[in-house]
Design a binder for this molecule. Structure first.
Ligand code: 6FA
Ligand code: ABL
Length: 540
């Protein structure tokens, strides 16, 4: 049966949009290529120590680091070369859940947003009301494994940093630090799946369909009539729209770009790759109907560099190596199962900090730090005690100028075509200055040692030889950038240029990276996009 809105992808962008449109009495079909995630959604993938509960890998915050070490990693999109979540909830079901309410500057025109988007407060407030952040996710309200917080605070205080509750002062991002904040709820993964999706599911005019991969939109010139999927139970895999209906792509920065290419929308080189594919090629509209837009350009991701330290007070929690199997220390497992409290009720980060940095080009950039027990990799000639190691990841956030390009290859897999990290020389010198400042404070903290890089490697040399793929922060935005005609992919209402009824609402429309890890901004943006789409008269 035809619907008013087909939304493609159930990440943070898609779920919130679907909930708000269905709340306005539109008939909404949410198509998701992956399967269930949390126990509440019918997910069943469990750590052995959780058998007998309804808690899946995706529910338990303390299992976050095992996303990167579990050999059965079915949740990643296998046809995208960088990390992207292909399951209900998208990236929001596998991420670290660090959750920052956007600052005014994150939606400013200086950040590339159209003037009409700058009044984000009503939408951010709506988000906060549905999904309040917490920096004490354990159900007993206590904080656990806080040694890293204490040590890094000792590093920051002499450098003039102040301790704040970060989400209480979103605009205050210079020389501040605080507890890591999350969108966990009651000691479990919360996010849009546990909140917005549940209110949508209660409505008769909303339907969620899993395991349905959208290949392309079906269109007649600028008019979209529905979507083509891999679903063999419906004729031609086709899902139709009502007259006046709309398709909203929320398939993520890589996923939505690929659907556009496969629909004949984007740069010609990408559509030509689609044309060469035996399955996708014949589904393209005739080349006279191709729409040339800068899909895949203007992409950014925070460049991030890890520094690894040890301190005698720190408990690296065995570098999270055992949390999935055989399981965390028995007392921690029992505590979590009994009451969703304790160490397993939180993901790995313990402290976040921000600082404004001047740069040689006169443009301010912000440094964000995330500190956590354990380390992803250590290269050192020190002998060190692995049970005492911890990491500070330094991200360059707002103000970065570097941009890259993403696209597809001949197999139609999504991938970066031009890496977006530290292309701009002032981005690079600013991040290096930030790293040097962190490293320079270490000697003031008794017992703290920086082991990667070690004393034979300068910060400059460390950055210069850093594997670009590990500079990836998983914060990809911009492939379907919002902005003016002739420069952008979507207009001020998130409608794809030169189409009547095709929209994009996900990280891909974000013009520049916000201060923090981006999914909080993406969710506020979806609140605002849904309002703009509902207000837009139907013209088709
Ligand atoms: N952001 C934060 O704010 N805090 C974090 O701690 C954080 N950590 C991570 C992280 O640890 C990892 C490993 C990753 C990958 C990302 C992290 N992020 C973090 C970034 C954050 O998760 C993303 O910015 C956010 O999820 C973006 O939301 P979107 O709605 O734009 O897109 P998603 O990729 O989440 O969802 C797309 C959905 O569409 C998926 O469910 C996918 O399966 C589905 N889909 C894709 N193609 C499709 C198709 N053709 N047909 C049907 N469904 C499709
Ligand atoms: C984020 O926003 C990043 O996208 C993730 O990369 C980050 O997690 C989480 N938040 C938490 O800060 C890191 C893990 O802690 C590392 O162990 C892992 O190697 C890395 O992601 C992979 O990108």
């Amino acid at each position: 049966t035809p619907v008013d809105y087909i939304i493609v992808g159930s990440g943070p962008g898609g779920i919130i949009t679907a909930d708000r449109l269905s709340q306005a009495n539109k008939s909404v079909l949410l198509l998701e290529r992956g399967g269930p995630s949390t126990g509440q959604t019918g997910g069943t993938y469990q750590a052995p120590w959780l058998v007998g509960t309804n808690l899946t890998k995706f529910d338990v915050p303390g299992l976050f680091e095992s996303m990167f070490t579990d050999p059965n990693d079915f949740w990643w999109c296998k046809d995208i070369t960088v990390f992207a979540g292909c399951l209900l909830g998208g990236g929001g079901s596998v991420n670290g859940a660090l959750y920052w309410l956007p600052a005014d500057q994150d939606f400013a025109t200086t950040a590339g947003w159209p003037q009409e988007w700058t009044n984000h407060q009503p939408y951010t407030n709506a988000l906060k009301a549905r999904l309040p952040p917490t920096d004490a996710p354990s159900t007993d309200g206590k904080r656990y494994l806080e040694q890293v917080f204490d040590v890094v605070a000792q590093l920051l205080i002499p450098q003039g940093f102040r301790n704040v509750t970060i989400n209480n002062v979103p605009d205050d991002k210079d020389h501040i630090y605080g507890y890591s904040a999350y969108d966990f709820i009651k000691g479990k993964r919360g996010g849009p799946v546990a909140t917005y999706l549940q209110t949508a599911l209660a409505r008769k005019n909303f339907k969620l369909q899993l395991n349905t991969n959208v290949w392309n939109v079906v269109r007649n010139g600028s008019q979209i009539t529905g979507v083509k999927t891999n679903d063999t139970t419906v004729k031609d895999g086709f899902y139709p729209l009502n007259p006046g209906g709309r398709v909203i792509l929320s398939a993520g920065t890589y996923g939505s770009a690929r659907i556009l290419f496969r629909s004949g929308i984007g740069p010609t080189d990408m559509i030509n790759l689609v044309q060469g594919d035996p399955v996708a090629g014949p589904l393209l509209p005739p080349s006279s109907q191709w729409i040339n837009l800068p899909v895949g350009y203007n992409v950014s991701d925070n460049p991030s560099i890890n520094l690894v330290f040890t301190h005698p007070s720190v408990n690296s929690y065995d570098n999270w190596a055992d949390v999935f199997t055989p399981g965390p220390p028995p007392a921690d497992a029992a505590q979590y199962i009994a009451s969703q409290s304790g160490i397993m009720a939180q993901a790995s980060p313990r402290l976040n900090f921000w600082q404004a940095m001047g740069a040689t080009d006169g443009v301010t950039r912000w440094l964000q730090g995330t500190a956590r027990p354990g380390a992803a990799s250590v290269t050192t000639n020190y002998t060190y005690n692995a049970t005492q190691m911890f990491t500070i990841t330094a991200y360059l956030s707002s103000g970065i100028k570097s941009r890259g390009r993403i696209g597809i290859n001949a197999a139609l897999n999504g991938l970066p075509l031009v890496n977006p990290w530290l292309v701009d020389p002032a981005d690079k010198s600013t991040l290096i200055a930030g790293l040097k400042q962190i490293a320079g404070g270490v000697s003031l903290v008794p017992g703290m040692t920086m082991i990667t890089p070690d004393n034979t490697t300068t910060i400059d040399a460390y950055v210069n030889s850093y594997d670009p793929s590990t500079m990836d922060s998983n914060h990809w935005v911009g492939s379907n950038i919002i902005g003016p005609a002739g420069q952008a992919v979507v207009d001020v209402n998130t409608k794809v240029y030169n189409t009547n009824n095709l929209f994009v609402v996900d990280a891909s429309i974000v013009p520049t990276l916000p201060f923090g890890n981006p999914h909080g901004l993406v969710m506020s943006m979806a609140e605002q996009a849904a309002a703009k789409i509902l207000a837009l008269p139907v013209t088709n």
